[in-house]
Design a protein around this ligand. Structure first.
Ligand SMILES: Cc1cc2nc3c(=O)[nH]c(=O)nc-3n(C[C@H](O)[C@H](O)[C@H](O)COP(=O)(O)OP(=O)(O)OC[C@H]3O[C@@H](n4cnc5c(N)ncnc54)[C@H](O)[C@@H]3O)c2cc1C
Length: 418
C-alpha cells in the first residue's frame, strides 16, 4: 500500500472523511486532496443554522482540525481544481496544468446551487447559498434586522434561511413552486406544519409562485416580480432552488453519469480505480436495489468512509438508511428512510399542534421512513425508526400511534404472524 497514490478530488465532508478513514485504516501511501475552495474541508449544515445565526463561529466548521492534514501526511491543496481526467493513463490534470498520477481516485466533488435564468439575478443583494462566504455575507447583511428578504425556493435550505432571516428581525417572503412548502419531500401534512411554524414567526408565503424578474436600481436589488405580477420589495434575495451534482469532470472522462456519478454499493464507478461519494454519487442502495443520490450530511460522512475502505480493497457497502435533520426556530427535526418507497399520508404519533410528534410513512404496512420533531432524545426515536425500517415487517398504524406502546418496544409488540 505504501507505493500507492490516492487522489481525492473535492475538499468537502466526503473527501475529508475519506482521507481520515484511509489513515485510520492504516493506509501509508500518498494521499492528495484537491480542494477548489480556499478553506480546508468544512461542514455546511451550520451555514444555514447556528453559524448564520451567530450562535457558533468558524471554529465549529472544519471537518478535522486544520493541522490534521500535515500531521497525518495528507497533501491538502487549497484552491486547486481538477480539470481533466485521463482514466486510461490514470492521470489527473489540474487547472494550473500540473499532473497527478493515481492508483485510486475518489470523486467527491459535491454539488453546486442550481441557477435559474432570471432577469436581474446579477444585481447586488442577490445570491445563491452554498459556501461559508455566502453565509458570512448573509449574516452580515441580516445583522441589525429590518431587511426585506425574498427567498426564491421553499425547500429545506430556503426554509432554514427564512427562519434565520426572520429571527434577525427581517421581513421575509418565501416563493415556491409547490402548493405547500416541502410537500415533495414530506407531503402536505408535515409540509403544512412547517408552513404554520414559519407563519407564526411572521414569514409570508407566495405558493405556488415563481420569480419572473428581479428588479433593481443603481445595480442594487429592489424587489422581485412574481409570475402573477406582484412586486415584492426586497433588499436581499436568495435563490435556493436546489443543487446540481458536480459531474463535469466525470462526464468528460467517460464515467457513467445519470443524476450524479453512477456507482455500485461499494461506491465504485464503472471505470477501474475510480470511486465517487457524497452529494455527487448516485449509488446503488442494497435496501431498495435502486440507485439513490442523497444531498445530506450523513451520506457524505458514511460515503467517505465506505469509499476509503473500498479503495483499500476492504469489503464495504453504503447500506446505511438515509438520514438528515433540520433546525428551524424552536423546532428540531430528524428524518430517516426512503421517501421514494412511501405511499400515502404519514401516521402521526404525538401532536402537530404541540410541535412534538413522530411521523411514519408506510408501504404495504411496512415503515419505510420516519421523522421525529422535538421528540425526547431519551426515547431514541431515530433508533426506533431505523429498527422498524430494517425489520421490513408490517406494523399497524394503531400500534405506531399508541402512546402507551413504548417506542423501543414497538417491534416486540408485533403479533407473531406479522
Ligand atoms: C447551507 C447548507 C445547509 C445544509 N444543511 C444540512 C442539514 O441540516 N442536514 C443535512 O443532512 N445536510 C445538510 N446539508 C447538505 C450537506 O452539507 C451536504 O450533503 C454535504 O456538504 C455534501 O458533502 P460533499 O463532500 O459530498 O460535497 P461538498 O460539501 O459540496 O464538497 C465538495 C467540494 O468539492 C469541491 N470541488 C468541486 N469540483 C472540484 C474540482 N474539480 N476540483 C477540486 N475541488 C472540487 C467543491 O468546491 C466543494 O468544496 C446542507 C448543505 C448546505 C449547503
Amino acid at each position: 500500500m505504501a507505493n500507492e497514490d490516492i487522489v481525492i478530488v473535492g475538499g468537502g465532508l466526503a473527501g475529508a472523511t475519506a482521507a481520515k478513514t484511509l489513515r485510520a485504516e492504516g493506509f501509508s501511501g500518498r494521499i492528495v486532496v484537491l480542494a477548489a475552495e480556499a478553506h480546508p474541508p468544512y461542514l455546511r449544515p451550520p451555514l444555514s443554522k447556528d453559524y448564520l445565526l451567530g450562535k457558533s463561529g468558524e471554529d465549529a466548521l472544519p471537518v478535522v482540525p486544520d493541522d490534521w492534514y500535515s500531521t497525518n501526511d495528507v497533501d491538502l491543496r487549497l484552491g486547486a481544481r481538477a480539470a481533466e481526467l485521463d482514466t486510461a493513463a490514470r492521470v489527473l490534470v489540474l487547472d494550473d496544468g500540473s499532473r497527478l498520477e493515481y492508483t485510486s481516485l475518489l470523486l467527491a466533488t459535491g454539488a453546486r446551487p442550481r441557477s435559474i435564468p432570471l432577469p436581474g439575478a446579477g444585481l447586488a443583494g442577490v445570491s445563491t447559498f452554498r459556501t461559508v462566504e455566502d453565509s458570512r455575507r448573509l449574516r452580515d447583511a441580516l445583522a441589525g434586522g429590518g431587511r426585506n428578504v425574498v427567498m426564491v425556493g421553499s425547500g429545506w435550505i430556503g426554509m432554514e434561511l427564512a427562519a434565520a432571516a426572520s429571527s434577525y428581525g427581517s421581513t421575509v417572503t418565501l416563493l415556491g413552486l409547490e402548493d405547500v412548502p416541502l410537500a415533495a419531500a414530506v407531503g402536505p401534512e408535515v409540509g403544512g406544519f412547517f408552513r404554520s411554524l414559519h407563519e407564526a414567526h411572521g414569514v409570508r408565503f407566495r405558493l405556488p409562485a415563481s420569480a419572473a424578474e428581479i428588479t433593481g436600481a443603481s445595480g442594487q436589488v429592489t424587489g422581485v416580480r412574481t409570475d402573477s405580477g406582484e412586486i415584492l420589495p426586497a433588499d436581499l434575495v436568495v435563490i435556493a432552488v436546489g443543487v446540481v451534482p458536480e459531474t463535469g469532470l466525470a462526464e468528460a472522462a467517460g464515467i457513467g453519469v445519470r443524476n450524479g456519478i453512477l456507482t455500485d454499493a461499494a461506491l465504485r464507478t464503472g471505470t477501474a480505480g475510480i470511486f465517487a461519494a457524497g452529494d455527487v454519487a448516485n449509488a446503488l442502495h442494497p435496501f431498495t436495489g435502486e440507485r439513490h443520490r442523497s444531498e445530506h450530511w450523513s451520506n457524505a460522512l458514511n460515503g467517505g468512509k465506505v469509499a476509503a475502505r473500498a479503495m483499500l480493497g476492504v469489503d464495504a457497502v453504503l447500506d446505511t438508511i438515509p438520514y438528515f435533520y433540520t433546525d428551524q426556530y424552536e423546532v428540531s427535526m430528524e428524518y430517516s428512510g426512503f421517501p421514494s418507497l412511501a405511499s400515502g399520508s404519514p401516521v402521526i404519533r404525538g401532536s402537530l399542534e404541540d410541535k412534538s410528534f413522530m411521523a411514519f410513512w408506510q408501504s404495504e404496512g411496512r415503515v419505510v421512513a420516519g421523522m421525529n420533531v422535538n421528540w425526547p432524545r431519551a426515547a431514541k426515536p431515530q433508533k426506533a425508526i431505523k429498527a422498524l425500517i430494517n425489520a421490513r415487517t408490517a406494523v399497524s398504524p394503531e400500534l405506531l400511534t399508541d402512546p402507551s406502546a413504548p417506542l423501543d418496544q414497538l417491534l416486540d409488540q408485533l403479533p407473531p404472524e406479522a
